[in-house]
Write a protein that binds this ligand. Sequence first.
Ligand SMILES: [Fe+2]
Length: 573
Amino acid sequence: MSNSDRYILGINSAYHESSACLIDNGQLVIAIEEERLNRVKHAKPAKVDNPHVLPLKSIQLCLEKAGISFQDIDLIGYSFNPEMRLSKNKDLQEPCIDGDWGSESGEELFYRKLQEVTQILSNFAGVDVSRKFKWLDHHLCHAASAYFVSPYEEAAVLVVDGIGEFESTTLYKGKGNKLSKLNSIDYPNSLGFLWEKMSEFLGFSEYDACKVMGLASFGHYSYYYNSFKEFINTKSGNFSIDNDIIKFRINDFSALEELFGPRRIAGQELEERHTDIAASLQKITEEIILDLAVDLHHRTKSNNLCLAGGVSLNCVVNGILQEHSSFENIYIQPAANDAGTAIGAAYILWNQVLGNSKNYIMDNPYLGPEYTAEEIETVLDNNNLKYSYHENIEEVTAKLIAQGYIIGWFQGRSEIGPRALGNRSLLADPRHPYMKDIINMKVKKREGFRPFAPSVLAEKADEWFKIPNKQLSSNFMLIAYDVLKNKQKTIPAVTHVDGTSRIQTVQSSSNPKYHKLIKEFEKITEVPILLNTSLNKLEPIVCSPQDAVNTMKKANLYYLAIGNFLVDNTWSK
Ligand SMILES: [Fe+2]
């Protein structure tokens, strides 16, 4: 390795949310999740027999975007360390399924499959890549994915997810181009797994933490708080979870049912009890993370906090950290989940291993593929769609939204991370009192309680929301803020039941087209805000123009604004 190493490929595939990114002299050229290309949510399930299923479509796209071949890649960072995982997981005394996670045969299979990764990459590259390839600790990759692309030269870093190799929570200090570990908490003491298991208990899938967070606002935490305390211990800077009760690795909810009553089966009616359980889970999580932040601040004395790991997508916790922790600044990058570890893997090599200074700030999520007007038009023609070209597509679209239409909005480069942030979005009028229900029930076929988030012009945000301290991560829809009391009735479709809103502030510098659209909407309505949700229906967020057309048809949208074209789908109604 040398300082002349220029192109670094980052890869995540060990569990799920497979992704790849490419950096060129420290600049992030492209970052893409495989699910956007293979059209499978989370790209693949996290299983012991599939870590070697690599995001090859994403890797190919990285090469195409940079205009290079695989031979030009100088280094490859992979966001997992197989040795570290194998050395610890198989010896735990806990109930598990033979051949699955935690069992000797399951862990050894996972290890063997990981060993195939370099050979598969070499086959793909047409040359032996093993000398360029580096295994990297999963949590270090999470930490790097936030700190090395943050605006700070020093920061405290908190990583909270289900499990890395063995760690579930890790504290770091970032200074210059180095990250050093301060403390870690190991599996089974895992907030990420706690949320997965409780999501299943409440009748959702393990991936539905976001739904449970939305549900929590409807409940009261006091009823089940002590039930959680039966198996979760919190102490200063630490916490533990009794795995004899939660039983993370088997499908057994009996001990939880003794504490909370019968688990909800998917499709059963949601009762008050379920919202109260969700509220208690949210409350305990807030307390634990705030306590970890106190410990981290004590250890680092930093004003800056970087967050990563799937639990960092909990925007209510993030809002509380902003308001109640001692950190002045908080940075979370939009792919805080495992998808972001590909970015972390690349930057560990660039900064920490090669010794380069920090030279990139991730201030926008628009890092995926984009399509030319010709490519878009070809797709529209091939689908026999009725469409028109508009020089001022923003004005035309804003008028339609103000008239009450729900519009598909497809522009520029796709976003990295689980949120659509104005380039692959479904947009609507936030003033409409029934818009939330209409989109949930008719368009997206989601549960009726689920809230929608607003995009607001950055320069107008504090006229509508209580924003104590502006954070870069507000651009990524990752922090919940209170909607000002006198504004709540004006924007009911994006005001959650607890009076908060998970806002996205939109800067003209990072997304001029989306900024202009909201400004056009403001001209008509005096409201500088749009309801923004992802352009998809029960599938990954759309990536290509054909995906957008498919979603327009599946979701029965009347209009799709794609590039400067407006597709009129009303004739098919
Ligand atoms: Fe992770």
